[in-house]
Design a protein around this ligand. Sequence first.
Ligand code: NAD
Length: 497
Amino acid sequence: MSEVLNQNFIDGTWQDAASGASFKDINPALNSDVIGQFPESGVEDVDDAVRAARTAFKTWGSMPAPARGDILRRIGDLLTERKSELAFQMTREMGKPFFETKGDVQEAIDTAYYAATETRRLFGHTVPSEMPNKFNMSIRRPIGVCGVISAWNFPVAVPTWKMFPALAAGNTVVFKPSEDAPHSGALLVKIMVEAGLPAGVLNLVQGGGNAGRALVEHPDVNAVSFTGSTVTGSQVGEACGRMHKRFSLEMGGKNPMIVLADADLDLVIDGLLWGAFGTTGQRCTATSRLIVHEDVHDELVNTLAERAKALKIGYGNLDDTEMGPVINQKGLDKIEYYVGVGIEEGATCLIGGKRPTGEGVEDGTFYEPTIFTDVTQNMRIAKEEIFGPVLSVIKISSYKEAVEVANNIEFGLSSAIYTQDIATAFRAMHEIEAGITYVNGPTIGAEAHMPFGGVKGTGNGHREGGWEVFEFYTETKTVYVDYSGKLQKAQIDNVED
Ligand code: NAD
């Protein structure tokens, strides 16, 4: 896997962008390490890719679903074989430590095997008819060509959450990875094609917003699945709504962890280090708000600060690295901006609030783990997504107040509560406004066979993962079979006035 796959993949062929334009992909931990120039695709490339996907749909969509499942299983096998090689390249490109990118690939493996299994269970319903000698059922049909647009922070897992169920259900795909993780996207496509996907079933177009917009607005794309920021997602949603397309949006988060006075604080600290500073805080599900009871606030915050300061920051492909870089200068600028906002708002920057210095971090976009205390619920650092290793700590004095604070937000992706009291835990499952609630675990840790997604400003009601994702990637066809041999008029012949 040492070659750099820096081309589009359209109709079974690796090729450059029609315009010849390209963009540079660099290692965020070592900016002098250039991974390659990638195609800056435009309307023409997207058009070619969609045409290929439309043609391939005719055969792929009518293949028996379990035969599609066999290919997905082979994709899972190849990902298993190449897990370490792929993870190394992912870490080099987007920065999170090697143990995390291996987890990212594992999620793709789990998703492949799960989707393969579901090809044998693409359930419809059979229900009784109102009439005699008549049979009613619903069956699932693929939608057609699906546009897949993803963020960079899970460069393999998140695209597979979209592409594997889409393909399993009989759709064809045009995939546009993030411009911050084009190589990981291309390596994933190569593996999928090697597993036996016919030409045109999966197409790759590299590039940024222009390529994404061209895909969303292409009249022959039937469904769009998007993961990224709320700002971009809103634009995608508007365009899809205008064009009557089906669309799934997975967007930003500002995820709360509630810690009550009876919580096991050792467990909380391990959870916080992982939840707030894993992936350098650049997860949609990152724990970015700690809502902690006043009785345990000081003890928790002080111990957490000591542990967070000790995290080893550096290049993720080195053995001892615990936290990698921020993805790029723009991401770093945003974090620095919000740290300034927090200080202006009157919060206390307990640790961090700056870039680290020293050996191993001088050539990358690194930022120290940062904890703000004395945060109140309406401060901007308590409400807006920073997407970096910044934790805002809000002190509360009751469970009721904790839930009010947790819900006082436009997002609703993930959430967590730490308590030993089972009744409180069950109340929280219902009362916290979020798509996901963890009890005695941090806000991160999705499993492939469970639904994933958010409420409020985080999503538009669809779910990835689990069975629910197949609802998105299929159309329901309703079928009536009348074997009575005569015309039976529903709502007329079977009703006595
Ligand atoms: P982004 O919105 O900048 O980009 C996401 C993708 O959209 C990229 O592939 C980009 O090229 C493309 N794009 C940009 N403009 C477009 C347009 N006008 N039309 C179509 N596509 C366009 O997001 P990002 O910075 O790459 O990712 C970080 C964001 O993603 C954070 O807000 C994070 O919370 C969110 N995220 C959400 C989830 C989730 O499942 N909810 C998962 C991971 C990341």
